[in-house]
Write a new protein. Sequence first.
Length: 273
Amino acid sequence: MQVKRIAGALGAELRAINLSDGIDTALANTLRDLLNEHEVLFLRDQMIEPVAQKQLAEIFGPLQTHPAYSTVEGLPEVMILESTAENPSKIELWHSDMTFRQHPPSVTVLRGMTIPEIGGDTLFASMTAAYQGLSKGMQQYLGDLIAVHDFSHGFKESLSERGGWERLNDAVAANPPVRHPVIQTHPETGKKVLFVNALFTTHIEGLPMLESSEVLQFLWRHATLPEFTCRFNWQPNSMVIWDNRSTQHKPVNDFFPATRRLHRVVSEGDRPY
């Protein structure tokens, strides 16, 4: 296997690897180590079935499901993310996956199925680099703060559609707002990371509304500075593995009216964050 870094802050492309050959203990440990080092891994030409994608995600820990997405038949852990001209994607903000949960996913495994000829890239940002790029004073200010993350905030566009509340009422009820530290320590690397995102974070507890809003707006702009990011151009059977604890990502929805279809599996990880 060859490892090629693609940007200064994060990201590595893995070459000369075929996951359809199976994943033994040595390869599983190597992938975990590489993910800790690079935060997001990119692979091409991975001709694997959904069950194999599920098995890949399981090397990072037990799997989670999602309350709002359809799934592959017989595999509730394999979510279908599909954007079409009739039903375009509504997720356009930088975010970490499912931070509306008390225990968000640790790792996401995403595979390209139907890919537009032009457009549809995904951007990634290192929250490790973003934290390190803050001043010492700001790091100290943020160190003990708690932010609130909310499912209904992240899915407000879907909820506002006709029948949205009826369709997602159970998901809203099962996912009340949760609290997460603004600054967290990665359980495997021990590095500090920034853990707020524009999609799900609503406010910072204990701050006046204006101060909370201004601090969050600053952090969201800071976290996605170009020097903290990399970009991936999808192809059919491309696969991305990213650390949801230490990165954010943003889909670039510039491919309409084409269709993009992806399969996603998320791992809960083996330790609480």
